[in-house]
Design a protein around this ligand. Structure first.
Ligand SMILES: Cc1ncc(COP(=O)(O)O)c(C=O)c1O
Length: 408
């Protein structure tokens, strides 16, 4: 085979407004180009300690066990389940979308007896349903997604956290979409394990899953009769690798550790509250523009998450053709939907670095033009003014930057 057939890598420039990955912060990409050093070089172990300290600030926790799993977010979720669940353990999953199904699948693979408490897509799981299940029968673990990317719904957690303490269950939360975009208060909400991802509102590429767990979770992992049937995802071993013991586990993906450190540093510099408000402001502007185009949003309006907006596909429109045209003509990626919503909604993400008004204007313009080309008479000229009016009107709500950086 002639290797000259393969040209130099040159992927197209895209604006990634789907369900993740989102475009990475330029500073994160620059950090990734820093020189490699050995994993036990004191300069690198210091960087690892800094990643843990920054993770605590962003996850709002004092947990010592705060470090990333090397892998995509699903690796972090699987590590949490695999490290806690033994065959026969009862696991209750609050399930209101695609990623609740993922919790059920992973827990089932590790031998759990799974009860899935299902809510219709577009709605939350009512906390009382979880409480009632725990009252009926004890469970070792309750697993729930904080913000499900498949439905755009934000699940309230504090009440479920209280119930888990009362009934001696461990609460495992998927904060993959939510961390960096809306409040995630691990300690205050009594989350025993909280798992996130880098490629959405933290502004990096996929490949690191920052997580944290408390003493209750750690005690449950230590009390197991046998170690989990995974070595790579064994959290107690990973804790020993990231902690002062420096157990020789896997070879940390150096450039990804740099990426995570820089991403977390940027979040702290900006300040969590300011960042949440930026996401809210950008999504309000997008939603104002979509309304001006005459498009309807999917999901319970009381529980919509800002970072992803689900838009009903107008009747008679070929949803896949619209996405393809947006990508080809405008270089903008938006997403189709899973399961029962497939073909019925588009998903438009404004996450991390991309939660900005210029991106809102770009996608509104692209979508308006493409819909017109499909014969839908949308008032394209109304979208940008509506978005800008919403955006400017919200300008004085912005909190001060960088509270976390000052407390570090
Ligand atoms: C809420 C949620 N959880 C988990 C995942 C799985 O993450 P990954 O694809 O990084 O493994 C995703 C991915 O989109 C997600 O949106």
């Amino acid at each position: 085979m002639d290797a000259r057939r393969f040209e130099e890598l040159d992927p197209p420039a895209r604006l990634l407004l789907g369900s993740g990955p989102s475009n990475a912060e330029p500073r994160v990409l620059r950090a990734m180009a820093s020189p490699l050093i050995g994993q036990f070089d004191p300069a690198f172990t210091r960087i690892m300690d800094e990643v843990s300290a920054l993770s605590r600030l962003v996850l709002r926790t004092d947990n010592l066990a705060s470090f990333p799993v090397s892998g995509s977010s699903r690796a972090g979720l699987e590590a949490a389940v695999a490290s806690l669940v033994q065959p026969g353990d009862r696991v209750v999953v609050g399930n209101y979308g695609r990623f609740g199904d993922l919790f059920c699948e992973i827990a089932g693979r590790y031998g759990a007896e799974v009860e899935s408490i299902d809510a219709e897509w577009g709605r939350i799981v009512e906390p009382e349903q979880v409480v009632a299940s725990l009252r009926r029968r004890a469970a070792k673990v309750v697993a729930i997604v904080h913000a499900d990317t498949s439905t755009g719904v934000l699940q309230p957690l504090a009440e479920i956290g209280r119930a888990c303490r009362e009934h001696d269950a461990l609460l495992v939360v998927d904060a993959v979409l939510s961390l960096g975009g809306v409040e995630v208060s691990t300690d205050e909400w009594q989350l025993d394990v909280c798992v996130a991802g880098l490629q959405k509102c933290l502004g990096g590429p996929s490949g690191m899953a920052p997580l944290t767990y408390n003493q209750r979770a750690s005690a449950a992992m230590r009390a197991r009769a046998a170690p989990p049937r995974t070595n790579y995802l064994d959290l107690l071993q990973l804790e020993q690798y990231w902690g002062p013991d420096r157990l020789n586990h896997h070879t940390a993906p150096t450039s990804m550790v740099y990426a995570l450190r820089e991403a977390l540093r940027i979040v702290c510099e900006e300040g969590l509250e300011r960042r949440w408000e930026r996401h809210r402001r950008a999504s309000d502007a997008l939603r104002a523009g979509l309304a001006a185009l005459g498009l309807q949003l999917f999901g319970d309006p009381r529980h919509r998450v800002p970072m992803i907006t689900l838009v009903n596909v107008p009747w008679g429109v070929d949803e896949a053709a619209v996405r393809a045209k947006l990508l080809d003509d405008f270089g903008i990626e938006i997403m189709a939907a899973f399961g029962p919503l497939n073909g019925r909604v588009w998903r438009i993400g404004l996450m991390g670095y991309n939660a900005r008004v210029d991106n809102v204007l770009a996608v509104l313009s692209g979508l308006g033009q493409v819909l017109r080309a499909q014969g839908v008479q949308v008032p394209t000229e109304a979208a940008a003014p509506a978005a800008l009016e919403s955006y400017r009107g919200a300008g004085d709500r912005m909190p001060e930057p960088g509270i976390e950086a000052r407390t570090a």
